[in-house]
Design a protein around this ligand. Structure first.
Ligand code: BG6
Length: 457
């Protein structure tokens, strides 16, 4: 993709510059975009944080981090780091934001950069009110001279009510199209490919409904535990951490109707309709029948969840959830959608699995006393990204000995390019002003409306 000419000269300001996300994801993503010449050649980055350090010290620390990942790229790293600056400020103090404004103005004047700014909030969610508000109070929401956009990390609110309040608050000073609520799952190539797979091929769409699909499974299994995120995770749990955002957004794409156009407005309208059609459970019996939660136990080498740092000995936070959802609309009437996710499971794998119905009459399977043959489509989100179709085939020779066989496609065969990490794509889209792969306010609220009763249960 050559988008360089479309990206206007700009400055990115990262709040929470010394944090883990910035170091592990944001800076490496920006560095990779820089190396591929996908950014404007007039691009600067300002790291903002509490620690008092100079531009040079910030550059050195970023360069040391990048060097660990790309040890052979010292000259590219240096070139990239020449575009970095730093501004210390106490984000909790309104009066400090003028420092960001002055730094932006000085750099814009010195490097002849237009007044386009992308603010990345990689901070604790408690600052999602303060930072956008304080920026707006010094005029840094003003779109008349260039774009002013904000990327907000998850969690966006902690329930439907708080998400609604936060949306309402942000929308007082910003337009919806200035706000980019990040859900990194939507930035994954394989998730975007679902749109192409469904809507660029005529052959799957006629099958994509309750006439032929028996059930759909969407899961994200992780082998890691909660690492050092005890403080956050114990307040969150698997439902809020993974289902409320990533997995429901994925479900929206799997189950949506064809959009009127392939644009952000139309696609997000269709995924919203799916979320609004999800059946709500209200009675204990419905919850018991449709939701299962669990928590990981320890082993001789690994901690149990309750032994992890920052977790109470009697914590009931779930690290695993399996939910059965139904979408009450014409296309999906009574087709179960099983959504599962958990930490410290055997293997890291995320997939969307479409299980088709058996043939109406078990003709060949009767011979082998089987109920039917698996007709299954697996869309592997990660790792070993690809698609696999399983169907029955006859073994050569006499009789009708039948086997389940696979046809597969792997991304690694398709292109020798590495699959770009989600953050690269999403940062680029935010700079282009394309919010298709970001969650819209109404969708975030709809997702919370689905998960709130589950959390409560
Ligand atoms: C994050 C969750 O949003 O997604 C983490 O907070 C989880 O708990 C991660 O580990 C999973 O993302 P990925 O891209 O590794 O599947």
């Amino acid at each position: 993709m050559n988008v360089q000419h479309e990206i206007k000269s700009h400055i990115i300001v990262i709040f929470g510059a010394s944090g883990d996300l910035s170091k592990r994801m944001l800076i490496p993503a920006m560095y990779s975009l820089f190396k591929q010449n996908l950014l404007s050649n007039k691009q600067l980055i300002i790291g903002a944080g509490r620690t008092e350090i100079s531009d040079e010290a910030y550059r050195q620390s970023v360069s040391a981090d990048l060097f660990k990942i790309c040890p052979d790229e010292s000259s590219e790293i240096k070139n990239f780091c020449d575009h970095l600056f730093y501004q210390a400020l106490d984000t909790s103090k309104e009066e400090e934001y003028i420092k960001i404004k002055s730094k932006l103005e000085a750099l814009q004047a010195e490097y002849k950069i237009d007044d386009n700014v992308l603010f990345y909030l990689s901070t604790p969610p408690s600052l999602y009110y303060k930072i956008p508000d304080a920026l707006a109070n010094v005029g840094l929401n003003d779109r008349s001279t260039g774009f002013k956009r904000i990327i907000i990390e998850k969690p966006f609110g902690s329930d439907e009510k708080s998400a609604r309040e936060l949306n309402k608050h942000l929308l007082k000073k910003y337009r919806e199209k200035q706000i980019f609520r990040i859900d990194h799952y939507l930035g994954k190539e394989t998730v975007q490919n679902l749109l192409v797979f469904r809507f660029a091929n005529a052959m799957f769409e006629p099958l994509w409904n309750s006439n032929l699909i028996d059930n759909v499974q969407i899961y994200a299994n992780e082998s890691i535990g909660i690492e050092n995120r005890g403080g956050y995770y114990d307040q969150s749990g698997a439902v809020k951490d993974m289902v409320q955002n990533h997995l429901l957004q994925l479900l929206g794409i799997v189950a949506m109707e064809p959009p009127a156009k392939m644009d952000s407005y139309s696609i997000r309208n269709e995924t919203l309709k799916v979320l609004q059609s999800l059946r709500r459970y209200t009675t204990d019996q419905e919850f018991d029948e449709n939701i299962v939660v669990g928590q990981y136990l320890g082993s001789s080498t690994e901690n149990s969840y309750r032994e992890e740092k920052g977790i109470g000995k009697d914590s009931n936070t779930e690290t695993y959830v399996a939910a059965r959802f139904f979408i009450d609309n014409w296309r999906w009437h009574d087709v179960p959608f099983y959504v599962r996710t958990g930490k410290r499971l055997e293997k890291r794998v995320s997939e969307v699995v479409i299980n088709f119905k058996n043939t109406p009459h078990p003709f060949f399977s009767k011979v082998q006393e089987k109920e039917g043959y698996k007709n299954q489509l697996v869309i592997r989100i990660q790792p070993d990204e690809g698609i696999k179709l399983t169907f029955a085939a006859k073994e050569p020779g006499t009789g009708f000995k039948t086997h389940e066989m696979d046809m597969s496609f792997f991304y690694s065969d398709f292109t020798n390019k590495n699959i770009p990490p989600a953050y690269e794509r999403l940062i680029l889209d935010a700079l282009l002003g394309d919010n298709t792969l970001f969650a819209r306010n109404d969708a975030v609220e709809a997702c919370w409306a689905i998960t709130d009763p589950i959390v409560e249960y």
